[in-house]
Design a protein around this ligand. Structure first.
Ligand code: FAD
Ligand code: SF4
Length: 400
């Protein structure tokens, strides 16, 4: 006699309608979970309703981060960190294309059957379109950042229905927190997670405002990055690079563009991915790799022959610069462009580099976000801010 298979409870749930208010309300980062029947788990899974990084670190890596070890405190559980770049960069990728290369290898070597990643729509280069890639061409079509909130998890329902058993998901922290929380419900034999750090994301409308306020030619920007030389680098469609110093940004105008989810996020470094590929802990032009566990090592090993690598380094002292930036940001101070340029040049020469630059960026964002949650969602402050972030923020004096 064959056993009658009970339909899992979540399959009876219904995705929320597009545009309807999400359970996390204004803090929703549009991660995509609520666009699927996994909305059934939203109260436990949503990164903005139930912050549970410590428990999920233990579930994923076998331990949570050691708050007494500075590298763990800042960068999360890891086996190794390094700087790397592709010997032959992928044209049109965000940096050198390490993320796309790993995903292509995993697919072509048959390690996974599909890759969750995000392409853009035909009409708009920055409008995210999550897909399950099944060919290297699909993966390459997803290269380069879509610097907007992206519902990557909206394709999860398709995965369970397709019967896929081995999957790679590429995503940012809030997406990966929700993914880890429902991982056991996906019916997979093996899930691989390749993360990028993420900060200061925006809605598509917010992005437009940022481009129009900051770039001389907003309509030709193909990608941009907040670089380690304290400038925003805009790459234009003709290949030219426009550089605007951070200190010259119109803070007053731009304060409202960041999504409330990103102003209350403390998972900059994507704590729950197996492998993280960013740039901020590496020298200019290099990418920063954090191998969190054995699965992450397995993924990185697939491309080791394609990479130049060097050890991570750290130089300078960040604390004073962070402390000074707190009230300046809070009051929305904008320097005249000549002063901003000068300050950028000085800071680039004497300012923090390598891992110290990464700590500078983490400290600046965590202090800003702590103040945001304290002022706008005081009832959430204690449970929502992880212990590691509280410890980082405690180093600074914050305005009321
Ligand atoms: P590529 O080979 O070009 O591949 C990029 C991959 O990113 C693609 O697979 C695509 O599916 C995925 N992707 C693109 N947009 C999104 C999105 N919105 N949500 C989820 N996945 C997406 N690194 C830092 O060190 N410090 C930062 O402050 C930082 N901020 C970031 C902010 C955002 C919004 C994003 C998306 C990334 C950020 N990163 C940051 C990561 C960094 O910019 C690069 O994405 C990373 O180094 C990989 O580069 P690559 O050339 O290997 O990627
Ligand atoms: Fe749902 Fe994700 Fe929004 Fe939370 S962040 S409410 S899980 S879509």
């Amino acid at each position: 006699m064959t056993a009658i298979q009970e339909t899992p409870k979540h399959q009876k749930a219904k995705a929320l309608k597009p545009g309807s208010r999400r359970p996390a309300k204004e803090l929703c980062s549009e991660c995509g979970l609520c666009d699927t029947y996994y909305v059934h788990y939203v109260r436990e899974a949503c990164a903005f309703i139930n912050q549970q990084i410590t428990q999920l670190e233990t579930q994923t890596h076998g331990r949570s981060r050691n708050l007494e070890n500075e590298d763990d405190l800042y960068f999360g559980v890891h086996q190794t960190m390094m700087a790397a770049r592709k010997k032959q960069p992928i044209e049109g990728s965000q940096w050198t294309g390490i993320v796309s290369s790993i995903a292509c290898e995993m697919l072509t070597q048959g390690i996974v059957e599909g890759v969750v990643c995000v392409q853009n729509t035909k009409e708009d280069r920055f409008q995210p379109m999550p897909v399950i890639a099944r060919t290297p061409e699909d993966i390459l079509a997803a290269r380069v950042n879509k610097p907007t909130l992206s519902p990557n998890l909206s394709v999860l329902e398709e995965i369970e229905k397709s019967g896929m058993k081995r999957l790679l998901v590429i995503g940012v922290g809030c997406q990966i927190q929700a993914l880890r929380a429902v991982e056991k419900q996906l019916g997979l034999e093996k899930l691989y997670v390749l993360g990028t750090p993420c900060v200061d994301n925006v809605t598509r409308a917010g992005l437009q405002k940022f481009l129009e306020t900051t770039s001389k030619s907003p309509e030709t920007v193909v990608h941009y990055e907040f670089m380690q030389d304290f400038r925003v680098h805009f790459k234009h469609s003709d290949g030219s690079i426009e550089k605007v110093p951070f200190f010259g940004l119109n803070t007053k105008e731009l304060k409202d563009i960041f999504a409330p989810s990103c102003l209350s996020c403390f998972d900059y470094v994507n704590s729950l991915a197996d492998l993280v590929v960013g740039y901020m802990g590496a020298p200019f032009g290099w990418q920063w790799i954090v191998v969190r566990n054995e699965t992450g090592k397995e993924m990185l090993d697939l491309v080791s022959g394609q990479l130049d690598t060097q050890p991570v380094d750290s130089e300078g002292k960040r604390q004073q610069a962070v402390q000074q930036s707190i009230p300046a940001y809070d009051k929305g101070v904008t320097l005249p462009m000549w002063a901003a340029k000068l300050m950028g040049v000085v800071i680039e020469k004497i300012g923090p580099k390598g891992l110290e630059y990464a700590r500078f960026s983490i400290d600046s964002h965590f202090t800003r976000n702590y103040l945001y949650v304290k002022r706008n969602h005081p009832e959430k402050l204690d449970a929502h801010v992880p212990e590691f972030a509280k410890k980082i923020v405690e180093q600074y004096e914050l305005p009321k």
